[in-house]
Design a protein around this ligand. Structure first.
Ligand code: RP5
Length: 164
């Protein structure tokens, strides 16, 4: 799925170190059969790469961008500055402040350029993929069906009585 020539979702992250978190979102996209690409794009270390990526994203057929970053996490906001596609931000858990810095950096966008912000860490990465699937389900019936199946299976998997 990752190597698809026409990815629907772009998953970008500020550093290789973010992959441990972001891979969970990519796994969910794979589970839902949604084509995606994963790239390291840093707002401060590779600013030109970010500008190129975000400015061409819509033209290349992407429908949603998921951007994960930690610390002074300006990647999602800067990405949203360059594209009007939906941008979903995943705050990566940082060593020193446990991702609270990432969360506040991403969530507090001034009015006018939105970033849909998810939870810190793995849950946020997975939910970003599910939210991207919801967006794509508006124009893709197969994805809508897979999403409904996922939700039904998840519901069925919850035991009524705790064990142990
Ligand atoms: C951010 O700095 C990245 O998104 C990453 O979460 C954080 C630390 O990056 P490394 O120093 O591990 O490359 O840009």
């Amino acid at each position: 799925m990752k190597a698809s020539s026409t990815p629907l979702v772009g998953v970008i992250m500020g550093s290789q170190s973010d992959w441990e978190t972001m891979r969970h979102g990519c796994e969910m996209l794979e589970k839902l059969g949604i084509s995606y690409e994963a790239r390291i794009v840093s707002a401060h270390r590779t600013p030109d790469r970010l500008a190129d990526y975000a400015r061409t994203a819509r033209k290349r057929g992407l429908k949603v961008v998921i951007a994960g970053a930690g610390g002074a996490a300006h990647l999602p906001g800067m990405c949203a500055a360059w594209t009007s596609l939906p941008v979903l931000g995943v705050p990566v858990e940082s060593r020193t402040l446990k991702g609270q810095d990432s969360l506040l950096s991403i969530v507090q966008m001034p009015a006018g350029v939105p970033v849909g912000t998810l939870a810190i860490g793995k849950a946020g990465a997975i939910n970003a993929a599910l939210l991207a699937a919801s967006v794509i389900s508006l124009i893709n019936e197969q994805v809508a069906e897979r999403l409904d199946t996922f939700r039904a299976e998840q519901t069925a998997s919850v035991a009524e009585v705790p064990v142990g």
